[in-house]
Design a binder for this molecule. Structure first.
Ligand SMILES: NC(=O)NCCC[C@H](N)C(=O)O
Length: 258
């Protein structure tokens, strides 16, 4: 039976030292971050997802952003080689977790770099952002792993934000949504809907019409509700200070057979 599991990773003691690239550094309240993380994982569970915790990586400030360490398509997990060197020690724990769940495992190798936040799956199309964290070799290696499984890999330039999924994600019907000033080439997507807020571009599909979204995008939540979707809103403000979004705090394993 297909699973409804979601990998998550508890924030570690060094969270406040997480990388910032496109935003000013602001102090992170570790206690509040822990509460927000609990509420985020609770929202996943409340909507039918069993959360599976990856062992903590206490020395890695950014390890809570678990989606950057792995890309899963069908039953195959591609362990990334993060573009930021300080994040490379995050991957062994994630590799162990996906292997335990029964995925076959592949790897991005030197000189490739790839962050999971640069990978957006829409059906069998895999968009991969070529930007600050993912290089051309990483794109080629991703293609070599997933195209034989039936995926079509489409490379997309990313220059204005940290990751492709900082700029765009997709609705259940496949429409790609993004805040236009931050999207390099909206015309690359067959159906594109502009949203009024930067963090409005980030949705996690919970199933049915339910979309997990950040409370920092109220106008977008209203727009999407008006289009017949059901926003489920969580406050992830402490993670947004570190350029995190709702998407990067979990990895949903939708096609795992266990
Ligand atoms: N996929 C994501 O959007 N990940 C967010 C990563 C934030 C972290 N502070 C970083 O710069 O790597």
């Amino acid at each position: 039976m297909p699973s409804q599991k979601a990998l998550v990773r508890r924030p570690g003691p060094r969270l406040a030292e997480g990388l910032v690239t496109h935003v000013e550094r602001r102090a992170v309240d570790a206690g509040l971050a822990a509460e927000q993380w609990e509420a985020y994982t609770e929202a996943l569970r409340a909507h039918g997802w069993e959360t599976v915790e990856v062992d903590p990586a206490e020395d890695c400030p950014d390890s809570v952003f678990v989606e950057d360490a792995v890309v899963v398509f069908r039953n195959v997990a591609l362990i990334t080689r993060p573009g930021a060197e300080s994040r490379r020690a995050e991957t062994p724990g994630v590799e162990e977790a996906v292997a335990r769940l029964g995925c076959s495992v592949n790897w991005i190798w030197d000189p490739g770099t790839l962050d999971g936040g640069d990978v957006l799956k829409v059906g069998d199309t895999i968009y991969v952002g070529r930007g600050g964290r993912t290089n051309a070799a990483g794109v080629q290696q991703l293609r070599a792993v997933f195209e034989p499984l039936g995926a079509r890999v489409v490379a997309v330039p990313v220059s204005k934000v940290l990751h492709l999924k900082s700029a765009v994600t997709a609705l259940p019907d496949g429409t790609v949504i993004g805040h236009e000033p931050l999207v390099d080439t909206p015309s690359l997507f067959p159906r594109f809907l502009a949203v009024p807020e930067e963090s409005g571009a980030h949705v996690v599909l919970l199933g049915g019409g339910r979309l997990l979204m950040a409370s920092s995008a109220p106008k977008t939540a209203e727009l999407l509700a008006d289009l017949g979707h059901e926003p489920i809103v969580v406050d992830i403000g402490e993670f947004e200070k570190l350029e995190g979004c709702v998407t990067c705090l979990s990895v949903r394993l939708r096609e795992l057979y266990v």
